[in-house]
Design a protein around this ligand. Structure first.
Ligand code: PLP
Length: 416
């Protein structure tokens, strides 16, 4: 559930009319609802209340400083995948001691920075990475806390591009190798084993795959305990899906209760790394219809937001709900491909949508809070959009629209 609702046929973000916000701040525009973010964080807290836990918000889903600061104020930790993300967390007032560091390509510089900040844990994704972390830790005279991202070979039954827990994926260490890897780490004086980790995919709309992965982690936990290797947390990753169209994902409570039930008797913390489920439905992308181009085989609604602002449809063929910001009662509905201004055939936000829209009116892409602005780019030398956060009847600019000089601020005209 979110706080973007219609009142008198007008879409509202909490208590503010989206049309007024777009008129005031310009289009395209990302709008986030604070109440929705708080609600989602609380849903995860309630789901985990019965067990020692850490909710590590996955920064890559939306790395806006204001959203990170809000999450930190609600007690969240963070899952980061780069030094840039860790620096954002620190800048936003997040506690590095509640940070886990995932990703297959951590550089020596990133590892050193994370160790100096005292992060909670590195989620190890390959054997060579263990050696890299060990040697950086040794050179700094520190012990690195580590957890292995185990690849449990479980099918998350999601889109192939966002499935990560199969043997064929680049992520994690194969389940069959994990025990030997833990033994190697246990013998390394520069490392301190703290957990077991997995992240099997994204946009999962059933709890079955994560329960299956939990069973495998539990088997590994037992084997490690028998070898005298102490585990303090089990991290089940992120991946809980959201409703973009007709999906009916479980609530965080439903998703987690079977997992918690399996782990309740162990003296461990449960870590989770939700990204999408936390922010997707807390954000919309507002865009203006520029031109209606009627063709013999297709109608196009050309809008002022493109794949550089929101790439999910172009990248994963994701279906995202596109709605009229103002609904007209008896307006004529047509079928449109909603496309952006970027010079690429794949630059679309939605295909074959029934819309009653005229040029100059606003549309909103719902569920755009996750993997929207964080994946945006300057392609076609388009400016990164403004982003605002709404709290009841107040709105705050959390990122100004870029200005043109920022497009080339790091460039020089040289070598002529
Ligand atoms: C992307 C990612 C997440 C978050 O995934 P969601 O599907 O957005 O919940 C969590 N953990 C890791 C390691 C990730 O790469």
């Amino acid at each position: 559930m979110d706080f973007f609702n219609y009142k008198n046929n007008e879409l509202y973000a909490e208590d503010l009319a989206v049309t007024d916000l777009a008129d005031q701040y310009g289009s395209p525009l990302y709008i986030y609802s604070k109440a929705t973010l708080v609600r989602h964080m609380n849903a995860f807290k309630e789901a985990l209340a019965k067990k020692r836990h850490l909710i590590c918000y996955a920064v890559k889903a939306n790395s806006s400083l204001s959203i990170l600061a809000l999450m930190a104020s609600l007690g969240a930790g963070f899952d980061v995948v780069s030094e840039g993300e860790l620096r954002r967390v620190i800048k936003a007032g997040g506690d590095p001691k509640k940070v886990v560091f995932s990703g297959v390509g951590k550089t020596a510089h990133e590892i050193a920075f994370a160790l100096e900040q005292g992060i909670d844990c590195f989620n190890i994704e390959s054997v060579p990475e263990i050696n890299a972390i060990s040697s950086v830790a040794k050179s700094l005279g520190k012990k690195a806390r580590v957890s292995v991202r185990v690849n449990p070979n479980v099918d998350a039954k999601t889109h192939p591009s966002i499935s990560t827990g199969l043997k064929s994926n680049k992520f994690g260490i194969a389940y069959d190798e994990a025990l030997a890897v833990y033994r190697q780490m246990a013998a390394d004086p520069n490392l301190e084993i703290c957990g077991i980790d997995c992240h099997i995919g994204s946009q999962m709309t059933s709890g079955a795959p994560i329960l299956e992965a939990t069973e495998r982690l539990l088997d590994l936990y037992k084997e490690l305990t028998e070898c005298g290797i102490k585990i303090d947390h089990i991290d089940i990753g992120g991946g809980l899906g959201v409703t973009y169209g007709d999906e009916t994902p479980p609530s965080p409570y439903e998703y987690m209760s079977a997992v918690i039930n399996r782990l309740k008797d162990l003296d461990i913390s449960i870590y989770v790394e939700p990204g999408r489920a936390m922010v997707a439905n807390a954000g919309i992308l507002v865009t203006k219809a520029l031109y209606l181009k009627k063709g013999s085989v297709k109608n196009f609604c050309i809008v002022d937001a493109g794949m550089n602002d929101l790439i999910r449809p172009a990248l994963y063929n994701s279906w995202m709900n596109i709605v009229e910001v103002k609904k007209h009662q008896d307006a004529k509905v047509d079928l449109y491909d909603v496309v952006g201004p970027v010079c690429e055939s794949d630059d679309f936000l939605g295909k074959e949508r029934k819309l009653a829209v005229s040029a100059g009116e606003y549309l909103a892409v719902r569920g755009a809070g996750a993997y929207g602005s964080s994946m945006s780019s300057n392609y076609n030398s388009r400016l990164l959009c403004a982003e605002i956060l709404v709290d009841k009847n107040k709105s705050y600019v959390i990122r100004k629209r870029q200005d043109f000089s920022q497009l080339w601020e790091n460039e020089s005209i040289a070598g002529l």
